[in-house]
Design a protein around this ligand. Structure first.
Ligand SMILES: C[S@@+](CC[C@H](N)C(=O)[O-])C[C@H]1O[C@@H](n2cnc3c(N)ncnc32)[C@H](O)[C@@H]1O
Length: 375
């Protein structure tokens, strides 16, 4: 189970980047290189990368949470004071990392880091609705500027879709019972109300160390933010953006995330795209877990981009097509045209959004938001 998920008993945490040493070791920062931090968060990993880059280096960071970016910017300002002329160039994009292809040129990057999931800032800010420790409106959007909230999801999905969502993204076997109870209790508007409904209908299992609502909160968060599709998109894009020998380091916090990374690296290895550097995922050492319980479920996987010449992909495969097109062509076509031309996988185009790609019966959270606006 995701240690980042609201456990209902956590205290406000100091943000500590997870598996920092290991991430730096596998990214193998080259001074003067160009690196992407796909999940800037509070800038813990980014700060470490920036320290190693030197003045010729460039760090490009993404986060779709405007609050996180504000905090990270303050941290970079302090780092600038400290490093002075040793500070690398830093570019921040307040966007989802699946949009990276429109910001980063193909084969221009030496390393990509992704530290998936929610940040301690998101979990600990009651008003964001990620945690049931404090009562708050059910929001759970990482990007507070758009998209359906968890409140819209629990009140608008039909019972079957809600049960499927809880089962798939929360790995909760009592999903049908929980969905029925939620539908009966509508309208459900706050984190505490939802936690009470779940606890009342799916009591704690003795062998479980977690609050019964933890899995439901995880499921809603994943759905609201389209997290699994975002990860799949990033793993599809990464080989096209990395230079040969560039590296990808991914830190996951639950099996649903880790499986996507593992499968993408394994397929890439077979196709000659990736050289896998971690045959088994790295986990945190006891000492790190003692100091930062969030590290307990973290798994780090790393891979290196093989020379494109060595790509054993099927002729005309998606990655080969993207690599063959020039950046200018890629950037100026509309997304629809790109999809028709086979340049962009359909799930990056907005045609299939959020979780609908994995679960065709579920409406996407984006369409849910649109329906609510139009109603
Ligand atoms: C676990 S935190 C990263 C912490 C960061 N490594 C640090 O050391 O401070 C994950 C961050 O990634 C962001 N995030 C998650 N999914 C994202 C996505 N698809 N696109 C952009 N940002 C995302 C979240 O908003 C959150 O701030």
């Amino acid at each position: 189970m995701d240690e980042q998920a609201p456990q209902g008993a956590h205290k406000a945490r100091r943000h500590v980047p997870v598996l920092l040493e290991e991430a730096m070791q596998y990214l193998r920062i080259l001074p003067g290189g160009t690196y992407v931090d796909a999940t800037l968060g509070l800038g813990g990993h980014s700060t470490a990368i920036a320290r190693l880059l030197g003045p010729e280096g460039h760090l490009i960071a993404f986060d779709r949470d405007p609050q996180a970016i504000e905090r990270a910017e303050a941290r970079f300002a302090a780092l600038q004071e400290e490093l002075q002329e040793q500070m690398p160039r830093i570019t921040i994009h307040a966007e989802a990392f699946a949009e990276m292809a429109s910001r980063v040129e193909p084969q221009s990057i030496d390393g990509i880091l992704a530290d998936f999931g929610v940040s301690s800032l998101q979990l600990d800010t009651a008003g964001r609705g990620f945690s049931f420790q404090a009562d708050a409106p059910l929001d759970m959007r990482m990007d507070t500027r758009s998209g359906a909230t968890a409140e819209q999801v629990v009140n608008q999905l039909n019972e079957e879709d809600l049960a499927n969502l809880i089962y798939e993204f929360g790995e909760e076997r009592r999903s049908r019972r929980i969905a029925r109870a939620i539908v009966r209790a509508r309208p459900v508007t706050t984190t505490a109300q939802l936690a009470r409904i779940v606890a009342g209908n799916a009591p704690t299992i003795k062998s479980d160390r977690i609050h019964p609502a933890t899995r439901v909160f995880q499921a809603l968060r994943i759905y609201v933010n389209g997290e699994l599709d975002q990860i799949a998109s990033l793993l599809e894009l990464a080989p096209t953006l990395l230079r040969p020998a560039g590296r990808m380091v991914a830190i996951s916090f639950h099996s649903l995330e880790d499986r996507i990374v593992k499968d993408a690296f394994r397929e890439g290895k077979t196709g000659g795209t990736w050289r896998v550097l971690t045959p088994k995922p790295l986990t945190a050492r006891e000492e790190e877990i003692r100091n930062n319980p969030r590290a307990r479920s973290a798994k780090l996987r790393a891979a290196e981009r093989m020379e494109p010449g060595k790509v054993k992909e099927r002729p005309g495969g998606k990655q080969e097509k993207i690599l063959r097109r020039s950046w200018a062509q890629f950037a100026t076509r509309s997304q629809v045209e790109q999809v028709r031309a086979g340049l962009v996988p359909t799930h990056l185009s907005g045609e299939r959004t959020a979780c609908s790609a994995r679960h065709p019966s579920l409406p996407s959270s984006t369409s849910l938001a649109r329906e609510t606006r139009e109603a």
